[in-house]
Design a protein around this ligand. Sequence first.
Ligand code: EAX
Length: 325
Amino acid sequence: MHSRALLGALCGLGLVTGVSTAQAQTVIEVGYATTTDSHYGLGMTRFGEVLEELSGGAFTLLHHPSSALGGEREMIEQVQLGILDMVITSTGPLPNFVPETQVLDLPFLFRDYDHARGVLDGEIGRELLDKVDAQGFWALAWTENGFRHITNSVRPVRTPGDLQGMKIRTMENPIHLRAFEALGAAPTPMSFAELFTALQQGVVDAQENPIVVISVSNFAEVQGHLSLTGHLYSPAIIIASTSLWESLNEEQRGWFEEAARESVGVTRARVNELEDTGIDALIEKGMQVVTDVDIAPFQAAVGPAWEAYTSRFGSELVDRVVAFE
Ligand code: EAX
């Protein structure tokens, strides 16, 4: 929370005089990895509009986009420590803080967007948000990153065989790492903040991300090939600090929760839009797109990533997600 809040509070207590007692305004700071015109940035813009409206201007949102505050793992840690008010982030690094959320990272777990959104907006999603809360956060809402596809600078990828030995960046996520090892690639966990440069310099040959991220991050400049593997759905989450929660009354907390709900619709709409138009735009930017990926061998190959999860957490939650209609 910004120091202006303190001044506002002191003004309110009449302890600071000689300062214009303009309405006390609290600046809430939010960080994220992508640009302000991305699915996260647009969602947070809507969050700020709703929060300002509901609070009569008492709260405003200050964006720190494009990894300005560090990688997603670092920003999650800053929120947990109360250094940062809020982050909107993919769930990639989340298992480092909330191990149970690894279930969301299983390759080919979610059938499509309706399945993923239905699970996250329902009972299972609520249970997982409660587990995030239990690790010293204020979990405001599940939002969305999208189904992830593989890009690379080496060759078209149609089967796992095309990935053999390919240096691919993954998020800092144990399940993803295990999955790409099982596919025969050479995975390197890395913060998103370092990714574009690593691709540009050839430190890694490949990466995987939703169309919306590939588009707003200009990966077409450093990646000639896109393969529509859709190998896993990447949720995102809006997390706030417990110190922010403690500073608010019940009504104010409700404003943040309503703003979060409204922002999810905007983020998902942007993901939908880029799913429809983003691939043609990437082709126009020179990417060669493989649309006829042979999915079955990919699904068969990532069994070890599922076993890595079920051997630790069992299969009850996985079975519930798979069975969800
Ligand atoms: O959340 O790290 C990643 O690849 C994420 O998809 C990206 O930061 C957006």
